[in-house]
Ligand binder design. Sequence first.
Ligand code: XMP
Length: 180
Amino acid sequence: MKPEIGLREDVERVLIDEKVIEKRLDAMAEEIDREFPPGPIVAIVLLKGAFVFAADLLRRIPRPLDIECLNVASYHGGMESSGTVKFLDHALPDVKGRHVLLLDDILDTGRTLKAVADRLMEEGCIAVHTGVLLAKDKVRAEDVQADYVGFEIGDEFVVGYGLDYKGRYRNLPFVGVLKG
Ligand code: XMP
C-alpha cells in the first residue's frame, strides 16, 4: 500500500491561521446581521470551495436562514481559472422576492460571483449581497466586488479551509500556500 500523501508536509507557509479566521468570522457575522434587512436570509453557498467558510460563518448569524448550495466550477481542478463558469445543478434555488447572501471561498477573476449573481437576479431576487473569505488583490476580469470580505491576500494560489488543489487540502484548518 502506498503511504498516505501528507497534508501539512506539502504546505510551504501558513497565510492565515485558524484563530485569526475565527476572530474575523465573528466580526463578519456581526456586520452581516447588522446590515441585512430584518427577516430570514437566503444564504447560497457555492460548492465545493465555500463549504467550510459558510458552515463557520452561518452558524454565527443569529437569525433564521434558508441555506441552499449551488455547484459551480471554474478552476476544474488546477491552479488557473478556466475562464468559464459551469453551473452543475439542474435548477437554481427559489429566490424570487428574497434578499440573498451569496458566499464563495475566494474572489479571484470575479467571473464566478458575477455569473452567479447575474443568474440569481434573473431569477427575481431583490438583491444579491456577496461574501467571500478571501479576495485576491489583482485586476479582475469582471468588474465585481464582494460586500463582505474576510481577508485581502496577494495574487497567489492558496489552499485549505475549503480551498483545494486537485481536490485535496480542503480539510486543512488554515489557509496556506503549497510548496512549489
Ligand atoms: P473567480 O476567478 O471566478 O474564482 O473569481 C473563483 C473560484 O476560483 C477558485 N479559486 C481558487 N481555488 N485556490 C483555490 O483553491 C486559489 O487560490 C483560488 N483562486 C480561485 C475557487 O474555486 C473560487 O470559487
